[in-house]
Structures are given as structure tokens and as C-alpha cells.
Design a protein around this ligand. Structure first.
Ligand SMILES: Cc1cc2nc3c(=O)[nH]c(=O)nc-3n(C[C@H](O)[C@H](O)[C@H](O)COP(=O)(O)O)c2cc1C
Length: 360
């Protein structure tokens, strides 16, 4: 039986010393020019010290116009490299592997932030105030693919172990994957395999400009009503991704205990389908040692956590114990600040229902 404190390897042979994965968490702590702040670096380094096998950064935009919110980390320019280097060095110091999450918000980029109409795979209604997105031209699609590759190269130059391509949660890659948000009639639209073209081309472009030892992860939402992604589509996407030069899949379930119509959890459905052909990380509502153990039994190779790592940065150290049951929210601002969250991040967490004692 696999234990949380056992090492594992990604498809390219990268050895990870622990099964725990710090999932990407937006924390609003970056500077306006996208550079990492000391607060953000300290927050992530503290979790590396706490024993996480993988540390994933917050979603970071690969193009200035792909920014989804303020305080977001950027990877769109070489001026970000010194901060990225300090972060990668700090994570390596503790033996964790570092991954930058690369993303473009697409139709979820507010025009108040980017100064332009949001773009997407197709023209999609956003909101009454934002209106609709504009369908990207082929030139824009190709330029965005290049931006993902350039961003990955910056991360490798900065000393990161890899990147995670953010294909989950309804951002640009998911907008291309979904039948509802992608109604293109060119090579980037059509059936699910055709809707994958954008992601496939990003993977190829990234791989072309990084070394084989640099790892590429792909994060997916297995089911999304908003984008029009069904589990059946995701299985086709997963099968097709196996032939690409990627090193692990990361599925974002929000609640790994929830069962699909088949009666199985999404992790079980996907891990049975994948049948050990590529490592899988699964994330969503894991809190205790028992939860982590359950997820490993469902077939995950890596156990992703986000929220529990905020008050408990040393979570990995205890996660192999079935008796480990850390306190549940709400947490006081003081407790979160003691765990290296700055007042900006604590304030952001006040928006997550029931998480901070004086929050929503
Ligand atoms: C504060 C916060 C910020 C998040 N930001 C991101 C993000 O930038 N990218 C991403 O893929 N997921 C993001 N997520 C989702 C988490 O990675 C994770 O999938 C989700 O919180 C479920 O895991 P948990 O129950 O362990 O928190 C965020 C979650 C939280 C709580």
C-alpha cells in the first residue's frame, strides 16, 4: 500500500521525495508588474520547508493581456526572471520540486485590468458589465502559444523543475477544450480532439524550447458545465495526451470524495482508464491523513492540497499518519500570518466562505 512519505517519479524520471503536492493558489501578493514579492516567495518556501514533494506557484499569466486579477504573478517578460530564480532556489534548498503554473485568463480577463476586450476561443457572453469576448484570430492564437513557450523557457532559465499548464477552471485552455466556449470552424475547433489543438500546440512549443529533464504537467477539470466538458471528453483528452511529451496529469476535482454517475470518484474513473501509463495528481477537499490515504487508494500518485496547507505548512510531515486530523476552519488572522501569509493574502482568504474568523 502506497504511503504519503514514499517517493515517486514523473514520466521523465524526475524523482519527487513525497506524495504531497501544493496545488496552485492565487494569493494576490505579486507586484503590479508581475514580479514576485518577498511575501509570496516566503509563503511558498515555507511550504517547501514543510515537506511538500511539489510546490506549484499561483496561476501566472504568460501574456500581459492574459492577466485575470490584480496581484497576479507574471511570467510574460524577462524582468520576472530574478524573482523566479530566487523562488526556485528557495524551494530547491528544501528538496521540493518547483513548478510554475502557466495560464492565460482568456474571457475571464477583466477589461478594467488589461485595457482591452477579453478574447477567447469564440465570442462568448461574459457578463452584463464586460459584454462578450472576441474570437481570437489565428495570429493571436499562435502568438499565445509562443507566449506559453517563452514563459516556460524563462522558468527553466530561472531553475524551475517544470511548469504546469493550467487547462482547468474555465481559463483560456479550458475555453478551447470545451464544446460550449469553442465553436470555431478552423483547425482549433471541432470535435474534442480538434478542440485540443491549442493545448497540443502549447505542449509541443514548450517542449521544443526546454530540455527533456524539464517537466510539463497538465491540469484539467474533468467535468465543466460552463465550458461544455464532459468526463467522456476528458478521457479522450487524457488518452491523446499520453502521446505528448508531458510528465504527469493533474485533475482538479474540488471534492475528491464526490462520485460520478458511474458511482466511482473522478480519480478512480481516470486512474483506471490511465492504468499507470502516466502519473496522476488529484486535488480537492483533502484535509486529514485518512483523506490522503483514500486518494492514494483511488489511484492518485500525488495528493494535491491547497487550503489545508495555509494554516498547516508542515502538513506533509504528518500526512502519512491515518490519525492526523488537523483543525478545520475558521482560522484567526494571527494563525494564518504565523504560517507566512501576509495581510494581503489573509485579506483575500476572508473572501473564502468560513475560512477566516473575521471573514465572509
Ligand atoms: C486561495 C485559493 C487560490 C487558488 N488559486 C488557484 C490557482 O491559481 N490555480 C489553480 O489551478 N487553482 C487554484 N485554486 C484551486 C486549488 O488549487 C485547489 O484545486 C482547490 O482549492 C481544492 O483543493 P483544496 O480543497 O485542498 O483547497 C485556488 C484555491 C484557493 C483556495
Amino acid at each position: 500500500m502506497t504511503s504519503m512519505d514514499e517517493s515517486w517519479t514523473l514520466r521523465n524520471g524526475l524523482k519527487i521525495h513525497h506524495r504531497s503536492v501544493l496545488a496552485a493558489m492565487t494569493n494576490k501578493q505579486s507586484h503590479d508588474d508581475g514580479c514576485l514579492s518577498d511575501n509570496e516567495i516566503n509563503f511558498l518556501k515555507r511550504r517547501a520547508k514543510g515537506g511538500f514533494g511539489i510546490i506549484t506557484t499561483a496561476a501566472s499569466h504568460v501574456q500581459q493581456s492574459g492577466q485575470g486579477w490584480t496581484g497576479e504573478m507574471g511570467v510574460w517578460s524577462d524582468h520576472h526572471i530574478p524573482g523566479l530564480t530566487r523562488l526556485a532556489d528557495g524551494i530547491r534548498e528544501y528538496g521540493s520540486k518547483s513548478f510554475a503554473q502557466l495560464f492565460h485568463g482568456g474571457m475571464r480577463c477583466p477589461s478594467s485590468l488589461t485595457g482591452q476586450q477579453a478574447v477567447s476561443a469564440s465570442e462568448n457572453f461574459i457578463s452584463n458589465s464586460e459584454g462578450s469576448s472576441r474570437e481570437m484570430t489565428i495570429e493571436e492564437v499562435n502568438e499565445t502559444i509562443r507566449s506559453f513557450a517563452n514563459a516556460a523557457k524563462r522558468c527553466e532559465d530561472a531553475g524551475f523543475d517544470g511548469v504546469e499548464l493550467h487547462g482547468a477552471h474555465g481559463y483560456l485552455i479550458a475555453q478551447f477544450l470545451g464544446a460550449k466556449t469553442n465553436r470555431r470552424s478552423d483547425e482549433f475547433g471541432g470535435d474534442v480532439l480538434q478542440r485540443m489543438t491549442f493545448l497540443n500546440k502549447i505542449i509541443d512549443a514548450v517542449r521544443e524550447c526546454v530540455s527533456p529533464k524539464f517537466s510539463i504537467l497538465v491540469r484539467l477539470s474533468p467535468v465543466s458545465d460552463d465550458n461544455g466538458i464532459r468526463l467522456e471528453d476528458t478521457l479522450i483528452v487524457c488518452e491523446s495526451l499520453l502521446s505528448k511529451s508531458i510528465d504527469a496529469l493533474h485533475i482538479s476535482c474540488w471534492d475528491v470524495f464526490e462520485t460520478h454517475t458511474s458511482g466511482n470518484t473522478l480519480t478512480k474513473e481516470i486512474s483506471q482508464f490511465i492504468d499507470n501509463r502516466i502519473p496522476i495528481i488529484s486535488t480537492g477537499s483533502v484535509w486529514t491523513g485518512e483523506d490522503a490515504h483514500f486518494l492514494l487508494q483511488e489511484g492518485a500518485d500525488g495528493v494535491g492540497v491547497a487550503r489545508v496547507a495555509l494554516p498547516f505548512p508542515d502538513w506533509p510531515h504528518s500526512s502519512a499518519s491515518l490519525n492526523y486530523s488537523p483543525a478545520k476552519p475558521p482560522f484567526s488572522p494571527g494563525m494564518l500570518m504565523d504560517a507566512e501569509l501576509s495581510s494581503i493574502f489573509v485579506d483575500y482568504m476572508r473572501r473564502w466562505k468560513g475560512f477566516v474568523t473575521d471573514g465572509k
